[in-house]
Write a protein that binds this ligand. Structure first.
Ligand SMILES: Nc1ncnc2c1ncn2[C@@H]1O[C@H](COP(=O)(O)OP(=O)(O)OP(=O)(O)O)[C@@H](O)[C@H]1O
Ligand SMILES: [Mg+2]
Length: 462
């Protein structure tokens, strides 16, 4: 997959931007608060229908305007596809080649993106929900069917929780359990499958980044430590049947307690991913640098795994990551990117940090107050980044001219009303129901909520 052209209107602080990314590295340079992350967020929302960091989609609409729009021209398996997302206070609209996206496969077919932001570095120390979301996004990239599995599971979980809260008859709850167990098993199986695929290359990558730190591995204990250990007792990887039987009996055992509490205490929505460095939990014992090394190793392992198994690497978005890494780790990342033959967009406040990844094909953009300007690559190794800021001011004046006479945004061909694709058009964006993000049992009902809201129409998209 390749992003060939990007058009952004009224997204965050970006009034209008048209960017043609390079085949490999595109560098976006600018001081703090100018719109670097906003650009990556626009690409991320377009390719995943999920926010990169917003909790409400309406946050993405530029202040004082009523509609944000991001459109990308992609090359996927030799064919060109134009996909677009439009966000208003009422909802989101997604289209493919000017027509309403009919379903998830229609929209996402072949799209694949991996983002690495400084927020990812908090995943290890943060709560389990963040780790589940982190894992599920990677699982979805590898197994697109994971999205449906998560949605099916969440629906079953909500139904069960509803019954528990209503203090329903035990037999009635148990009657629902079969569907719940079936859906939960599908979620757990895919998580385990991805971890099995990544384990070796993760360890190798970590060893290159942090040699002598004792190695690293992931442990996903489905159903908690005690039951998880039981699952692994007899096999290298638990079978579907074993997972299903173990979950079924655990649910029955806990039913009394779950009825008292009013929610389901066990399942993929409550699982955690342990990250082990040198035989110890990174969460408790890992240093900041080790945690960064693990996340970096995970992302690279994920990319390489996709390259091998899916046939092409995803688009990589790196948000100001270099400033978070020490010089040796940053060098490792730059070396990797220079040799990896993949498309990536890197943001930075200091071009010198990402300069080593540049080649003759690299494109450089400077950003100032939401305006992007193509810059010369030779500027990248300028030793004084302040001089670049002054240039950015000049470029800004040029961009303002563009704004004054900004051409009307023209939607892609097709009936824009007919292409309106309410919540079902934004199935992944709209909810945990519709997303591989961590299944969460008690999602608030709020149509604009980016992470939690179940899309009304998402079900119809499935
Ligand atoms: N909906 C919005 N409308 C207009 N401006 C917005 C909106 N949301 C955020 N902004 C502005 O976007 C700017 C931040 O952009 P962004 O996060 O992309 O900065 P950045 O270049 O990544 O900075 P840093 O280097 O600090 O990470 C802020 O000035 C913020 O006020
Ligand atoms: Mg930023």
């Amino acid at each position: 997959m390749r992003l060939c052209a990007l058009d952004i209107r009224d997204f965050r602080n970006i009034a209008a931007a048209s960017i043609d990314p390079a085949e490999q590295a595109t560098l976006v340079v600018g001081p703090n608060g100018q719109g670097k992350t906003n650009l990556l967020e626009a690409i991320y929302v377009l390719t995943t229908l999920r926010p990169l960091r917003a909790s409400r989609f309406s946050e993405l609409i530029r202040f004082g305007t009523g509609r944000a729009r991001v459109e990308g021209l992609f090359e996927i398996a030799g064919a060109r596809r134009r996909i677009a997302i439009e966000i208003t206070a009422e909802g989101r609209t997604a289209s493919v080649d000017g027509k309403k996206a009919q379903n998830l496969v229609d929209y996402f077919g072949g799209l694949s993106v991996v983002a690495f932001t400084p927020d990812d570095l908090a995943i290890i120390k943060g709560g389990p929900e963040g780790r589940r979301r982190f894992l599920d996004r990677a699982v979805f990239n590898r197994f697109p069917g994971h999205l449906d599995a998560c949605r099916t599971y969440l629906r079953a979980l909500r139904q069960r929780n509803h019954l528990l809260r209503d203090n329903a008859d035990r037999a009635l709850v148990e009657a629902f359990d079969q569907a719940l167990v079936h859906a939960a098993t599908a979620v757990i199986e895919r998580r385990l499958a991805l971890i099995a695929e990544l384990q070796e290359s993760l360890a190798r990558c970590f060893e290159s980044i942090a040699p002598g730190d004792g190695g690293c591995r992931l442990t996903y204990m489905p159903l908690g430590k005690t039951l998880g250990a039981r699952l692994w007792r007899d096999s290298a990887r638990p079978s579907r049947q074993l997972i299903a039987e173990t979950l079924q009996s655990a649910l029955s055992e806990r039913l009394g307690r779950d009825l008292e509490r009013g929610f389901t205490s066990l399942g993929p929505h409550a699982d955690d991913l342990d990250i082990i460095i040198g035989q110890r939990a990174a969460r408790t014992f890992g240093s900041q640098g080790q945690q960064r090394a693990v996340i970096l190793a995970f992302k690279i392992a994920e990319l390489e795994n996709l390259r091998v198994r899916v046939g092409s690497p995803p688009l990589l978005l790196l948000d100001d990551v270099s400033s978070e890494l020490d010089p040796a780790r940053n060098r490792f990342l730059m070396d990797y990117l220079r040799n990896a033959r993949l498309q990536c967009v890197l943001t930075t406040t200091d071009a010198r940090l990402v300069a080593p990844t540049a080649s003759a094909q690299t494109r450089l953009f400077t950003v100032h107050q939401g305006f992007f300007s193509a810059s010369r690559l030779e500027e990248i190794d300028a030793s004084d980044s302040a001089s670049r800021l002054e240039e950015a001011d000049d470029l800004d004046s040029a961009s303002r001219l563009e704004e004054a006479g900004a051409p009307e945004w023209s939607p892609p061909a097709g009936d824009s009303d007919a292409s309106r694709h309410e919540a079902d058009a934004a199935p992944r964006a709209a909810s945990p129901d519709s997303t591989p993000a961590s299944p969460s049992p008690d999602a608030p009902e709020d149509a604009d909520k980016a992470e939690e809201e179940p899309p009304r129409a998402a079900a119809s998209a499935s």
